[in-house]
Ligand binder design. Structure first.
Ligand SMILES: [Zn+2]
Length: 217
């Protein structure tokens, strides 16, 4: 591929991410407008929307921009996990957010690519680094549906990602607090803030359903 062709392809990919991000911002604005109209900051009611089919937020008991953002973007990561599920890959999805916009996303593709490194986080990190044209993902948050493994946690440290949010913990490979704590190891030259348990039940349910299907087949 010539340099010009490569640059054009990269621009196309970046534009696709950009458009995706704009759509998300629009949706977020609509949701907050709806929330303000109907709940006026003080409502204690909770409206639960279908966790996997809706792109709207679950409305929490207390209005919280941070929590709503985390749930919103985790829902986007769950959508990526669904894409993996549909092609019979272990359903794990990730998105990377910069200035409230998704700049990279990915889902597990280790079977299809026959590549042990094709984890959702690795694909999302590469996409985000391409978008920012930087190997350091400063001011970014990575949302992933399962606790990152040691490889992905290592990549998170190398990319200097300041914050990660994951849904379910991974008792067999988790390296962000369960088996290891690579992302907060004082001996390394970068540590990130870790939030866990956001939409944990949705992620766990999808994984359980996937492995249940595998056992039946
Ligand atoms: Zn991994």
């Amino acid at each position: 591929m010539t340099d010009t062709a490569r640059k054009n392809e990269k621009n196309l990919v970046c534009r696709a991410f950009f458009l995706d991000g704009n759509k998300i911002l629009l949706t977020l604005r609509e949701v907050f407008a709806h929330h303000l109209q109907t709940h006026r900051f003080s409502s204690t009611s909770t409206r639960t929307l279908s966790p996997l089919s809706s792109n709207l937020l679950m409305l929490p008991n207390e209005f919280s921009l941070t929590n709503q953002n985390d749930e919103y973007f985790m829902r986007m990561a769950l959508r990526e996990a669904e894409r993996a599920f549909e092609v019979e890959e272990v359903p794990i999805g990730a998105v990377i957010v910069h200035e409230n916009r998704i700049i990279g996303k990915g889902y597990n593709q280790t079977e299809r690519l026959q590549d042990p490194t094709a984890h959702a986080e690795m694909i999302a990190i590469t996409a985000a680094a391409t978008y920012l044209e930087s190997r350091r993902l400063l001011d970014c948050t990575l949302y992933v549906t399962l606790e990152p493994c040691s490889m992905c946690a290592g990549a998170i440290v190398l990319a200097r990602i300041p914050r990660i949010v994951f849904a379910a913990t991974d008792p067999k490979a988790g390296a962000c607090g369960t088996l290891y704590n690579i992302t907060q190891d004082q001996r390394l030259n970068h540590r990130c803030q870790v939030t866990s348990g956001v939409l944990e039940a949705d992620s766990a349910m999808m994984l359980k359903s996937f492995f249940g299907n595998l056992r039946r087949n």
